[in-house]
Ligand binder design. Structure first.
Ligand SMILES: Nc1nc2c(c(=O)[nH]1)N[C@H]1C(S)=C(S)[C@@H](COP(=O)(O)OP(=O)(O)OC[C@H]3O[C@@H](n4cnc5c(N)ncnc54)[C@H](O)[C@@H]3O)O[C@H]1N2
Ligand code: MOO
Length: 390
């Protein structure tokens, strides 16, 4: 058995960044740029008014000062002329500030009578002019560090990019295995259960930027598993679920070996998730998850998600941990790193009493995994712990 850290290094060494493609802005949310963007123009591209009011050619006007209004500048309809002493242009937010203007006076600070405006008693000292390029200059480089967020997309649009160069989404072939499995909505035999992990993992993969290709359930025969591997051809990553342990019907490794599996490791000192397997099958990375529903989801979060990050060009590393304090004690741990299903409470976090890796109800109620090191002697209320939000 290897450590979780070692296993993560090994699975991450099986993958690398995928190629890139251009996608329309509207499809780029959550994708990762494959090259930095360069602003095609400055923003604002002209000195722009920040307020509704009057553009005047005087930087430091006095109360009572009067101007003759000679035209209007609206957003999308600038004023063509140049302001001279004693003149003003009616202006609106976002409109180009005319040549010769030194500042904008907001309309609340003037009295307008016909074509004349007179400044009221109290006028502030702001110019209300946004200089050219005060948001970004032409040629500025934008290279966000993570998946594209809504604000990033707005910025890319403002830089006049209609399509963005992004990493290809990793295609993940998901193979659930087991004679006991039926699909949701089917009428299972009394000795069957419903395939559940598949759907949790598919959602996890897609939330992490991948595309899940859910293949038909493979039965517990070498022939059926072989057929499933054939269907996985072309995927960027193969993930199997179940059949990873030592039982007579746990045939995933045997079926993969018959096809030339280069195994990287089998068994990790973690709980749940001990019978995890990883390697390469004809060049394609493969991860064999344990079948227990919680085990497969926890291994998905700890190993598959970071692999998908690397495939999209994001930095390699473990899932982000936070610190919290215990609001209930933790019992001593055995030799495996324990990823305990827990919940946030008013004063910290606490682990659920049952940590059975078959119980999806508890996983669904949990909002954190509390990480307990191997051989940890146990912790009192108030002790600090690492948590992983889920
Ligand atoms: N003698 C030993 N027995 C077991 C060991 C061991 O070390 N020695 N390890 C245990 C651990 S830990 C785990 S985890 C499980 C993993 O077993 P497998 O990966 O072989 O998984 P299966 O036997 O196929 O299934 C286990 C369990 O999960 C259910 N399952 C499987 N796939 C799905 C699915 N897609 N959706 C929902 N549920 C699924 C399956 O019906 C079983 O109940 O082995 C222990 N045994
Ligand atoms: O380590 Mo197995 O993954 O629960 O129960």
């Amino acid at each position: 058995m290897i450590s979780v850290e070692d296993a993560l290094d090994r699975v991450l060494s099986l993958v690398g960044p995928l190629g890139s493609e251009y996608v329309p802005l509207r499809q780029a949310a959550g994708r990762v740029l494959s090259q930095p963007l360069t602003a095609q123009r400055a923003q604002p591209p002209f000195p722009a008014s920040a307020m509704d009011g009057y553009a005047i050619p005087t930087a430091d006007p006095r109360p009572g000062h009067t101007f003759h209004v000679i035209g209007e500048s609206a957003a999308g309809h600038g004023f063509g002329g140049c302001l001279k002493d004693g003149e003003a242009v009616r202006i609106f937010t976002g409109a180009p500030v005319p040549e010769g203007a030194k500042r904008v006076v907001i309309q609340e600070d003037v009295v307008r009578q016909g074509a004349r405006v007179t400044l009221r008693d109290r006028i502030d000292h702001q110019t209300y002019i946004r200089p050219v390029g005060s948001d970004f200059a032409q040629g500025d480089v934008f290279d966000p560090s993570g998946p594209l967020r809504p604000a990033n997309l707005a910025l890319a649009a403002a830089m006049n990019h209609a399509e963005l160069p992004v990493r290809r989404r990793p295609v993940v072939a998901l193979i659930a295995t087991g004679d006991e499995l039926a699909m949701p909505g089917e009428t299972p035999r009394h000795d069957q259960i419903i395939a559940s992990n598949t759907f949790g993992l598919a959602a996890m993969i897609e939330a992490a930027g991948g595309r899940a290709r859910v293949l038909p359930i493979a039965r517990d025969t070498l022939l059926s598993l072989d057929a499933a591997f054939n269907l996985a051809t072309g995927a960027d990553l193969i993930v199997t679920i179940g059949g990873a342990s030592v039982g007579d019907h746990d045939l995933v490794a045997a079926a993969a070996e018959a096809r030339g599996l280069e195994r990287s490791f089998y068994k990790v000192a973690m709980r749940p998730g001990k019978p995890l397997m990883a390697g390469r099958l004809h060049g394609t990375p493969i991860v064999g998850l344990p079948g227990n529903p919680v085990s497969s989801m926890v291994c998905g979060a700890i190993f598959v998600r970071p692999m998908l990050h690397v495939m999209q060009g994001l930095p390699a590393g473990p899932v982000l941990r936070h610190r919290s304090v215990l609001s209930a004690p933790l019992a001593a741990n055995g030799p495996r790193e324990h990823y305990m299903r827990g919940r946030r409470t008013a004063s910290g976090v606490e682990a659920f009493e049952s940590q059975d890796s078959a119980q999806l109800g508890i996983l669904a109620a949990a909002d954190v995994l509390i990480v307990q090191s191997p051989h940890d002697p146990g912790r009192e209320i108030g002790a600090e712990v690492d948590i992983i939000p889920i």
